[in-house]
Design a protein around this ligand. Structure first.
Ligand code: SF4
Length: 387
């Protein structure tokens, strides 16, 4: 068991190392390697891998950095994440990064990409526009062009040849990564006491700052260890947490939900690592086509895009059913427009499906969890007593 404790400690350290020491070390070990930072939520990390890069997820500063300069860049009525990220950029936290990707999830991230450009951070600052149209010929063609622009950005730095073979190998590695993560979630669905939600979170977040090969090794061991019984079952309800896909909830919040009597059997905390829901073709003559098809036809529901033919609320209700959950906790960052605008419709779908739900908001450096713990505890008790 001490092996798992060691892995968990390593993951926790990696997850919250705001100087990205492991990533910098990886880059220093070989000429031609580049670090490509990306903001939430999803980027096709396979193309960065194939271009000789390490994709590094920048999930915000959490409660580990005092925001001073960041507050001067943004008005008060927006979420917290962009302030923490600009603070990191203005300090030395992101030095050594070669470029940055800003996925098109909201105006705050769009503005952040402009700030990085004006501050000349990295050799490229790419605003990565997701298609909102899921027709393969329209949205698909557009998405493919966006990926190509990213590849061009990276090869300008290191002159890498992004070949079919390298792309297929990268796809295979990330397929394995997603498969192992899904296996952990499936084990937790049946036996949530074997690995806490906080530990699961640390394991997934660590994977954002280390090579996928190493992360896969860690995940393999975690799967082996939690495939055997450990821990003690508790009389908890089972919940799905949704709305936390970008600015990350503080660890204390996740812990409070668990301590209040709720097993978190699914969530969208590290949505980017789980966004593609099934294996991508890794033996194809057209890997960019395979990655495009994955985005168009195999992606998860998310508040940062319109999905008219496949409503998010219905997909949430399906997830609740699949995970045999008792209820939903809508947990969004304060001022997070995408999550908060989607919430009423998703709550309506939950009501229609008879799924109990509660909601609250947080910011990444929230330090007080008493109210949230009481709310989650009351939710748990009410389901145990009356549902
Ligand atoms: S938390 Fe919401 S509003 Fe803030 S940057 Fe992320 S998606 Fe945008």
């Amino acid at each position: 068991m001490s092996e798992l404790i060691n892995i968990l400690k390593e993951c926790e350290d990696l997850a919250f190392d705001l100087h990205f020491t492991a990533a910098r070390k990886w880059k220093a070990e070989k000429a031609g390697r580049i670090l490509t930072g990306y903001l939430p939520v999803y980027v096709p990390r396979e193309i960065i891998h194939a271009a000789g890069g390490l994709p590094v997820g920048i999930m915000g500063a959490g409660d580990r950095k005092q925001i001073i300069k960041g507050d001067a860049y943004y008005q008060s009525y927006i979420c917290h994440l962009p302030r923490g990220v600009i603070e990191m950029a203005l300090d030395d936290n992101l030095d050594g990064f070669d470029g940055f990707i800003f996925p098109a999830i909201c105006d705050c991230i769009r503005n952040l990409s402009g700030m990085f450009k004006l501050s000349k951070k990295g050799s490229f600052q790419r605003y990565f526009d997701y298609p909102q149209n899921f027709d393969p010929l329209t949205g698909g063609t557009f998405y493919r062009e966006e990926m190509q622009k990213l590849i061009d950005d990276m090869v300008k730095i290191n002159g890498a040849q992004v070949t079919t073979d390298k792309l297929n190998k990268a796809i295979a590695l990330y397929n394995r990564n997603r498969e192992l993560i899904e296996t952990i979630y499936n084990i937790r669905q049946e036996y949530p006491w074997r690995l806490s939600a906080v530990d699961t979170y640390h394991i997934l977040r660590a994977g954002l700052v280390i090579p996928v090969e190493r992360h896969n090794e860690m995940l393999e061991r975690v799967v082996q260890i939690i495939s055997k019984e450990r821990g003690n079952p508790m009389d908890n309800i089972r919940v799905v947490v949704t709305g936390s896909f970008c600015e990350q909830p503080p660890i204390g919040l996740i812990k409070s939900i668990e301590m209040a009597g709720c097993y978190i059997v699914d969530d969208d905390f590290m949505l980017g690592s789980r966004f593609i829901k099934s294996a991508v073709d890794d033996a194809t003559a057209d890997p960019l086509g395979a990655l495009t098809a994955a985005y168009i036809t195999q992606s998860d529901f998310a508040s940062f895009y319109y999905d008219i033919g496949n409503p998010k609320g219905k997909r949430l209700a399906q997830l609740v059913k699949r995970r045999k959950a008792d209820g939903v906790i809508f947990s969004a960052a304060s001022f997070c427009d995408p999550a908060l605008l989607d919430r009423p419709q998703m709550q309506k779908e939950c009501d229609e499906a008879g799924i109990p739900h509660i909601n609250f908001q947080y910011h990444e450096s929230t330090g007080q969890f008493k109210v949230i713990k009481e709310q989650a505890g009351t939710f748990s008790d009410s389901i145990k007593l009356w549902v």
